[in-house]
Design a protein around this ligand. Structure first.
Ligand code: C2E
Ligand code: CA
Ligand code: CA
Length: 821
């Protein structure tokens, strides 16, 4: 860090402060009040000044400083500081002591100069680190324009071109000088520093660093053989990303040395050379494991000088953290393979624990006898500490904190196995923003980033509990939806996602719209592997883009056609729900099994649409349920039935209870009983003329809550039947606790009564038990006389079916079954 802090009070004019910074070559100025640091102004802040206005440059520094000073403790490892520079995109930290007192300022370049990354800088070449998109500006611009362009592109320097002149450069540091010197309206071409020193792309970074230090500059142009500027290299570029390269290189260097060591097993002389050059700790012992030699890195890491350990065994380093078993295994491997490698906790001379990555090699003579052991280790405590962070970086997107591609693929493979086992589907939705590039180009990357963040939040709202929303990078997102039964469940969500993105965004005072194009693929329908699923979703997304944007496409066009069919049906049903056009109710009679007298009827919806024709309930009821349209449709049906009963009563007809089917959504709507009560009273109907039919699955799970609703229905005089009994959960014990009145044995059992012996047994058992429990039993789907005859042997109270009476329009039904008017 820079000690000998540069400081002033808040009333110091900026140009005076800048002059001191320029003179001392300091990159920051602390603002002190009552002995406390209250703010900081750094050369980077130059980018926010209006150079065209001399008054602006003379303002008191207190008006311009940044109040929030990022602090860092003096005992922070430099490597961690490097991570923070990059992660927080900062240029400076105020270094504070244990008592919080400012000690100095740490800048990015300090960090690079002092990080001890020589080996890294030696290994890598300039082109690995340079910025390949340097800011290049014509010399005709003004300083203010330059500052805003640097700010916009987040560059700390700009290359200045001017015809007939060599390349020049202006850096943040130069701007400080200009603040001090008021160059007024001069163009940047006149102000640029020339010539801009250059290096080649294949020079090593250490060469570049030394070049920077010797010439006391902070940037170099990277120039290729044809003298073209292909990049810019500053401290910032050297710093960015070198942490991970450093770790990677460390690993490679270790491997290299391992190889060198094993090659030179019989050549200790060569080994010694490796040892001398090594940054890693090295111990050589004799065959009895007494230490004969240690290298300087050993002393550096453990704190023991050679004379303190020679003659002893490496047990002096033992931490006591590993049991005897651990060392047994190590020796076993050494004896059998001549080699051991692993992580081991040891203790430094000062008592501190550290984790080392240790490789031990047995060195053998011509006769194969072990003469020595060579141990090579590096301190990886720090790497372990960073592992958690590395893992986070490895699995999550840094901007949105959503899972990245890797985590997505992990989850996908898990979900695919689940889906396979449970015989269900999963959907992959590829989401790509429309016109994102325009936003980025016209409003800048900062707003682009903010947009992506908001998009991710809006999308996330529509994810269900087990769904995964991931960002692939850029403006591409993926939603993974497991546990689906029908494609419609995915398209429903896709529709919502499009809706969520299409409302305008308001960021930083800009209001604008972007859309998104979605592509959907299904497992197992469309592909069996992760790659294919993603590729197919991508292809579908591409089609969505071509066919108008702000829409979705399914990969499989057949599924797509089917879905379109469903959607068209849904929209037709929506019209019907509003107007009632095309809706009709048929009535099917229900008779006493023994006497054949009429006991009731079931109301069944019928729907005719000019486009689809007559649609069977099995086709439109599921669409109505999924879209929620079953609620208005069901209400229409109940009103129609009530009106019909009222009409028949008024006409003096015989009336019987009419049962209406309720799907789960209808049953669980808040005010079912209240609504029904209103309808009954609006039509002056006495109790007992409207019954309901429910399936077992409707009542499942929440029998507690169901009891209340059923009770309310019973109080209105409604009979409650369990429909399709035998196909679902079929727990009589559980029904016993619910206030239901009737069981309707599913027609599949009746149909198989003649053929499958088991079916009869089931009918016998269900009817017998239901009878015991005091429930009425209805057999539905009676199609033949023989079935009726068979049913008469069991306690089945009523029968319903084509053999006895078809569902028919109200007038036909009345004429046939309700006696004369
Ligand atoms: P469900 O509740 O089991 O209704 C009885 C179905 O069996 C009716 O079919 C009826 O026409 C048919 N059926 C009656 N006797 C026989 C027979 O002897 N043999 C055979 N094979 N079938 C017979 P539909 O009208 O096609 O209705 C099918 C399903 O649609 C109904 O099954 C019910 O679950 C549902 N549904 C019909 N109307 C409504 C309604 O208004 N609301 C609700 N939520 N669902 C309805
Ligand atoms: Ca029914
Ligand atoms: Ca039924």
């Amino acid at each position: 860090m820079q000690t000998g802090l540069l400081a002033c009070d808040r009333y110091t004019p900026l140009d005076v402060a800048a002059a001191r910074m320029a003179e001392r070559r300091c990159s920051s100025m602390l603002v002190i009040e009552n002995g406390e640091a209250v703010g900081i102004w750094t050369e980077h802040d130059c980018l926010y000044l209006d150079f065209a206005d001399p008054g602006a440059l003379r303002q008191p520094i207190g008006e311009l400083m940044s109040g929030a000073i990022a602090k860092i403790a003096e005992d922070t490892p430099v490597s961690e500081a490097v991570m923070r520079f990059t992660a927080e995109n900062r240029h400076h930290f105020l270094v504070v002591g244990g008592d919080g007192a400012p000690l100095g300022v740490l800048s990015r370049s300090d960090a690079v100069l002092n990080q001890g990354l020589e080996s890294y800088l030696r290994l890598r070449e300039v082109h690995h680190a340079m910025s390949t998109t340097p800011l290049v500006l014509p010399g005709t611009l003004t300083l203010s324009e330059l500052a805003s362009r640097m700010r916009f592109s987040q560059s700390d320097a700009a290359v200045i071109t001017q015809p007939g002149q060599p390349l020049g450069i202006i850096t943040e540091r130069d701007l400080v000088r200009f603040v001090a010197g008021h160059p007024g309206q001069a163009t940047i071409g006149e102000l640029a520093t020339r010539p801009l020193l250059s290096v080649g792309p294949h020079d090593t970074l250490i060469h570049a660093r030394d070049y920077l230090i010797t010439h006391r500059v902070r940037h170099l142009a990277v120039v290729d053989k044809a003298e073209q500027v292909i990049g810019l290299l500053g401290f910032r570029e050297m710093l960015d990303g070198n942490e991970q390269f450093y770790l990677e290189d460390l690993r490679q260097a270790l491997d290299q040395r391992d190889r060198a060591l094993s090659q030179s097993r019989f050549n200790l002389e060569l080994a010694e050379r490796v040892i001398d050059a090594s940054l890693e700790g090295i111990i050589i012992t004799d065959a009895q494991t007494q230490i004969e030699f240690v290298n300087p890195a050993f002393t550096h890491m453990t704190g023991y000088r050679p004379e303190e350990v020679i003659g002893y065994t490496p047990a002096v380093l033992s931490s006591g953290r590993h049991d005897a078993d651990f060392y047994d295994r190590m020796w076993h491997s050494l004896q059998n393979n001549g080699y051991w490698r692993g992580e081991i906790w040891n203790r430094r001379k000062n008592g501190q624990l550290y984790l080392e990555l240790l490789t031990i090699t047995a060195i053998r003579d011509e006769a194969g006898e072990t003469t020595n052991y060579a141990a090579l280790f590096s301190d990886i405590t720090h790497i372990r500490e960073n592992e958690e962070q590395v893992r986070r970086l490895a699995y999550y997107d840094a901007l949105t904190r959503l899972p990245n591609r890797r985590l997505l693929e992990d989850r996908m493979s898990l979900s695919m196995r689940h889906a396979h086992r449970q015989q269900r589907r999963l959907a992959v939705i590829f989401i790509d923003l429309d016109h994102f590039k325009q936003v980025n180009d016209s409003l800048g990357h900062a707003i682009g980033d903010e947009l992506l963040l908001e998009v991710s939040q809006r999308l996330a709202v529509h994810m269900r509990e087990d769904d995964t929303l991931a960002r692939l990078g850029g403006d591409e997102f993926i939603a993974l939806l497991p546990g689906l039964d029908e494609p419609g469940e995915a398209t429903l969500i896709a529709g919502r996602l499009i809706g969520a993105i299409s409302t305008p965004f308001k960021i930083d005072g800009h209001e604008f719209r972007v859309g998104c194009s979605l592509g959907i693929s299904f497992y197992p329908d469309d592909a069996a592997t992760i790659d294919d699923l993603m590729r197919n979703a991508d292809a579908a997304m591409y089609r969505a883009k071509q066919e108008g944007r702000n829409t979705y496409r399914l990969f499989n066009s057949k599924t797509h056609v089917q879905e379109n069919h469903h959607l068209a049906m849904e929209s037709a049903l929506r019209d019907t729900a509003e107007t009632g056009d095309g809706l009709d109710v048929h009535y099917q009679p229900i008779f006493d099994t023994q006497s054949g007298e009429l006991r009731g009827a079931e109301a069944l919806l019928r729907w005719y649409n000019p486009h689809f024709g007559h649609v069977a309930p099995v086709d439109f009821i599921p669409v109505a349920e999924r879209s929620g349209l079953i609620l208005p449709l069901g209400r229409r049906l109940i009103r129609a039935v009530a009106a019909q009963q009222q009409h028949w009563l008024a006409a003096g007809r015989q009336v019987v209870p009419v049962a209406v089917n309720l799907s789960a959504k209808q049953f669980w709507q808040n005010d079912l009983a209240t609504r029904l009560k209103t309808i009954l009273s609006e039509h002056d109907l006495p109790a007992g003329l409207i019954d309901v039919e429910l399936t077992e699955s409707t009542l499942l799970d929440e029998s507690q809550e169901a009891t209340g609703i059923l009770q309310a229905l019973r109080e209105l005089g409604c009979g409650v039947a369990i429909d399709d009994f035998g196909t679902g959960y079929s727990s009589l014990r559980y029904l016993q606790d619910l206030p239901v009145t009737t069981l309707k044995i599913d027609r599949s059992f009746i149909a198989r009564m003649q053929t499958a012996h088991g079916s009869r047994a089931i009918v016998a058992a269900i009817s017998g038990l239901a009878h015991e429990l005091g429930l009425k039993v209805v057999a539905e789907g009676v199609e033949e006389a023989s079935q009726l005859a068979a049913l008469k042997q069991y306690p089945v109270h009523c029968v319903q079916g084509f053999h006895l009476g078809m569902p028919a329009p109200a007038d036909v039904f009345a004429q046939q079954w309700l006696g004369a008017e």
